[in-house]
Ligand binder design. Structure first.
Ligand SMILES: O=C(CO)[C@@H](O)[C@H](O)[C@H](O)[C@H](O)COP(=O)(O)O
Ligand SMILES: O=C[C@H](O)COP(=O)(O)O
Length: 948
């Protein structure tokens, strides 16, 4: 008779420690049931990893699962695993029925990531139990300290449990106790225990692997041949002895009064299941861990190779209760050698969890990859090319992030991923897209459309304006909806220009401020509220205003008092620069008629791609963040962003995110946005290039330049969006990447301490104005025809030492001469942000870059104060700043305020400059007198001279 089948007569059930889709589908499982009397199947993360990860067998089922809509790797894995388990359970159903529910089980394990989390284990076990929905299912739960209560709880709910990763006799007793107590609770709640089954999976061969190794070490150290022999005699014996002793416990635990009470109600004993029974040591019989553990009411789950071997040459005898005394003696003998089985078994649990987590990482990585292949262009594509040394660092960090489960910890809001301060309070953005109330946005959009507004203007700064600005500039105007504009300035000319651009009587204003207390949006609100009141009457003016602000802010109070049409609440656990996929971005988007449902649905695909279940290697956000952060640590800290015409404004949003998040404590990344691409000679070795384009935005010259940069050894990241509808994906990719880069740099990416200090300085200056009617007087270090130069004594002295005298060019030359390798030069213009002025600054920055071969920034104040300003003040001391201010051609009063827009802007420029100089930064202010256009021309000329 087939030896496998013979085991049945000895009361032992053979289960198969293997599962794969085709194996069940092609009838192989059925054959083993019929021919070998196999009575069950066990699966574990390693088994699924082999089945799914190492074959293409699951490509079609995964693609099919994705047809119904995108899903996370966990959901995809569960979909295919549940189907596999159901199929196996259905094949085993006849066994289950013929054994009266005492056998014929198939086991599915909860995620090994939850091995230390009882609540998570319970939730997942209950969900899997429901999803598989088969009587002959067992949910596998590890026998960790944390999960013992979960075992008891699940049993008490009538869920059949296979307890896995069991090595020690002591823990086994606790597991049996959990089962008994769980059954008692089940009965107490009126449950029928005859429907509950359980096995305790006692791992065998792994014990010998470790014990034998330690014995070998001792044998090598021993001098006495008898001692060597004594030690050698224990090799290959301990795992079996340990299992035999556990079986003796089993007999005790499942007899006696307590048990009889449960048995009388139909309870089944929790059988011991021998797991890890494939022979690892080639010197041992390949059927060792089957032959030596045969006994009634037990299970042995064997891998296919062991099953084949046993069928071929296995010998059956009642071995489990043979020589129990010898087993006991072997364990005592082992203790005398100084090898601690308790320590070994405790370590094996930890190691077992790790092994399964490693397998799960591989499994989820494979599923994530298959998902990405199926989604194809539905997901923004990313490629990262870096030089070999940086690549090695990225690889090492990827492995470190995997081992330390950092992406899961990030999603679980574990502040220790960063500095361990209050980062956990600022992670609301991880789930903001998922929580978006799409029906409400759609309803709101319909109402906006109904009003037939000509324009919509967002009044806000930084995090409250840069996202909406990308929407406004990326999406074409939607018929029937207002044209979306953004105003983020206190520059009088800019405010006036916006007023001219719109039909004030027919415009909806979105006042956006998380804190509600920011100076600029409040000033802009007061200004336009007065203009609208003039146009349509004070009573109705509020109907044209919407507020987006965090609950309870001063803006909310004002909005209520002024009768705003609607107040949308932001989420206080989201910092401004991470808020674009929350009402701060989505309200303006909906106002402009952008399909918010599509935007969010698309964004969620990237959320899933960067999710906790996507290991670092396959996680695009983590990969980008690691590369960016590690390049930064290597001195390539100028993250230079090229954005193709269709998403040209993306860099302005990304630079705030990167600069404000990372630029602090003297560390950080300096984003460089808007520099036109050039050939490699003009760049230093401090660049990290990120190129983002929309499919179809092809420019062969740009592509050739980028390829040349890559060839020259610069790190180059290429991101290709399938369409502008994928914009939300890119917002999220960069958010995760920035958070990851922040962790690499060792800073808190969610605060902005130096933005606050400039705000304080500005408030002090405007308060002085309110009191005296003028800003405190200041003396230029030199007044030249057409301009005045300002700086602090320290900078002035240094500049004079470097040759600054009576001409603008000499001061510029001295100032720029202080910039060396690895530095950047920033032009900070407190002037109208318009086409002509942008062109003027761009001309100057390109000249600077091409002559000095340094990175350059061209920014407009006060907008950049809420963005890159953080890094300029708080980041690395590598900036050389040229602030540009100008006479106000025509100031603009703010209704109800003493200070005008011009005064506030001047105070902001001075506050900004004071903080820069107080921090010892290299800074010079040029104040242009008279006509701005001529002033900028003069500055350009002086710069050319200074650079010649
Ligand atoms: O726990 C059960 C069954 O309950 C098994 O699936 C168990 O995970 C496997 O037997 C082991 O993981 C296999 O271990 P090993 O042979 O790799 O040491
Ligand atoms: O980036 C954020 C800006 O400083 C604006 O802040 P706020 O939304 O609280 O007005």
């Amino acid at each position: 008779m087939n030896p496998v089948k013979k085991l049945e007569r000895h009361g032992q059930a053979v289960w198969l420690d293997f599962l794969a889709r085709g194996f069940v589908a092609k009838g192989d499982l059925k054959r083993l049931i019929e021919e070998d009397g196999v009575k069950g199947v066990t699966s574990n993360p390693a088994i699924f990893e082999k089945a799914i990860g190492s074959s293409d067998e699951y490509d079609t089922p995964i693609a099919k699962a994705l047809k119904g809509g995108d899903r996370s790797p966990t959901q995809l894995f569960e979909a295919v695993a549940v189907e596999d388990i159901q199929n196996a359970a259905d094949v085993l159903r006849s066994v289950y029925d013929s054994c009266n529910g005492n056998d014929g089980f198939v086991s599915l394990e909860v995620s090994p990531y939850l091995a230390m989390d009882a609540e998570g284990t319970i939730a997942e076990a209950e969900q899997l139990w429901k999803a598989v929905d088969r009587d002959n299912l067992m949910i596998k739960v590890p026998a960790t300290n944390a999960c013992l209560p979960a075992i008891q709880h699940l049993i008490s709910r009538g869920i059949s449990v296979n307890i896995t990763l069991l090595f020690s006799q002591d823990v086994y007793r606790q597991v049996a106790e959990a089962y008994l107590a769980g059954l008692e609770a089940h009965v107490a709640h009126g449950g029928d225990p005859s429907h509950v089954a359980s096995v305790a999976s006692f791992f065998v061969s792994r014990i010998d692997s470790v014990v034998d190794k330690q014995l070998d070490e001792k044998i090598a150290q021993a001098n006495d041949p008898t001692e060597k022999e004594r030690l050698a005699a224990l090799k290959g014996k301990i795992a079996i002895a340990n299992a035999k002793m556990a079986y003796q416990d089993y007999k005790q635990l499942f007899s006696g009064e307590r048990w009889e009470r449960l048995a009388a109600k139909g309870a089944k004993p929790q059988r011991l299941l021998w797991a890890s029974t494939g022979t690892k040591n080639k010197d041992y019989r390949d059927v060792l861990y089957v032959e030596e553990l045969i006994g009634p009411n037990t299970v042995n789950t064997v891998p296919p190779a062991t099953l084949d071997a046993f069928r071929d040459h296995g010998e059956v005898r009642d071995s489990l209760e043979e020589d129990v005394d010898a087993a006991k003696a072997a364990l005592e003998e082992l203790a005398k050698t100084g090898i601690s089985l308790d320590e070994i078994t405790a370590d094996l649990v930890v190691d077992g969890v790790k092994q399964f987590a490693d397998a799960a990482d591989k499994l989820y990585g494979a599923v994530a990859h298959k998902r990405a292949v199926v989604l194809g262009a539905g997901l923004g594509q990313q490629s990262i090319v870096v030089a070999a040394d940086l690549e090695k660092k990225v690889q090492a960090a990827t492995e470190d992030w995997r081992k330390a489960a950092k992406i899961r910890r990030l999603w679980h809001k574990d502040a220790s991923v960063w500095t361990g301060r209050d980062e956990h309070k600022w992670l609301g953005w991880l789930t903001s897209a998922e929580k978006a109330d799409l029906a409400d946005y759609e309803d709101y959009a319909r109402r906006v459309k109904g009003q037939k507004f000509s324009d919509a203007v967002v009044l806000g700064m930084g995090g409250s304006s840069l996202g909406p600005e990308v929407f406004a500039k990326t999406f074409p105007r939607k018929a029937g909806f207002p044209r979306l504009h953004v105003l983020d300035s206190t520059d009088p000319a800019q405010v006036r220009a916006m007023e001219k651009k719109i039909d004030v009587a027919n415009t909806v204003f979105i006042v956006s401020s998380k804190s509600g207390g920011t100076t600029e949006p409040n000033a802009m609100k007061d200004y336009f509220f007065a203009r609208v009141s003039e146009a349509i009457g004070a009573k109705k003016a509020g109907h044209r205003f919407i507020a987006v602000t965090d609950p309870g802010s001063s803006l909310e109070k004002a909005a209520k008092a002024q009768g705003f049409a609607r107040i949308f609440h932001g989420e206080p656990s989201i910092g401004g620069r991470y808020s674009v996929l929350s009402p701060f971005g989505l309200v303006p988007a909906a106002t402009a008629g952008i399909d918010v449902r599509k935007l969010v649905t698309q964004a969620l695909s990237m959320v899933r791609s960067c999710g906790p279940d996507v290991p670092p290697l396959q996680n695009p956000g983590v990969q980008l963040g690691l590369a960016m952060g590690l390049a930064g640590l290597d001195g390539r800290d100028k993250v230079t962003i090229f954005a193709s015409p269709k998403v040209a404004d993306f860099g302005a949003w990304a630079e705030q995110l990167i600069a404000e998040s990372t630029g602090k404590e003297g560390k950080g990344l300096i984003p460089i946005d808007g520099e036109p691409i050039a050939s490699p000679e003009v760049y230093g070795n401090d660049r990290f290039f990120v190129d983002i384009k929309v499919e179809g935005d092809d420019d062969p010259d740009h592509a050739a330049n980028l390829a040349a940069l890559e060839d020259a050894g610069h790190p180059v990241v290429r991101i290709v969006m399938g369409s502008i509808d994928q914009l939300g994906q890119e917002f999220f990719r960069f958010e995760i990447a920035t958070a990851v880069a922040g962790a690499v740099l060792g800073i808190n990416p969610f605060n902005q301490p130096d933005v606050e200090s400039a705000k304080i300085k500005t408030r002090e200056l405007t308060a002085a104005f309110e009191q005296s009617g003028a800003l405190p007087a200041e003396e230029p270090v030199v007044a030249i025809k057409g301009c005045e130069l300002y700086t602090d004594a320290h900078n002035a002295e240094s500049l004079r030492e470097h040759g600054a005298d009576g001409t603008l060019a000499s001061w510029l030359k001295a100032h720029l001469g202080r910039a060396g390798d690895g530095d950047y030069i920033a032009l900070l213009g407190y002037i109208e942000h318009n086409g002509a002025n942008t062109e003027a600054l761009q001309r100057m920055r390109v000249k600077l870059r091409d002559t000095k071969h340094l990175a350059t920034c061209a920014e407009f104040g006060p907008r950049f104060l809420h963005s890159t300003g953080q890094a300029y003040k708080g980041g690395p001391d590598s900036g050389v700043f040229l602030q540009i201010t100008a006479d106000e051609a025509q100031d603009l009063a703010i209704p109800g305020q003493k200070a005008s827009f011009g005064v506030i802007k001047a105070a902001q420029a001075r506050g900004d400059f004071d903080v820069l100089t107080e921090r010892g930064r290299r800074a010079l202010r040029v104040h242009l007198k008279g006509n701005l256009k001529s002033g900028l021309k003069m500055l350009d000329g002086a710069l050319t001279e200074a650079l010649s």
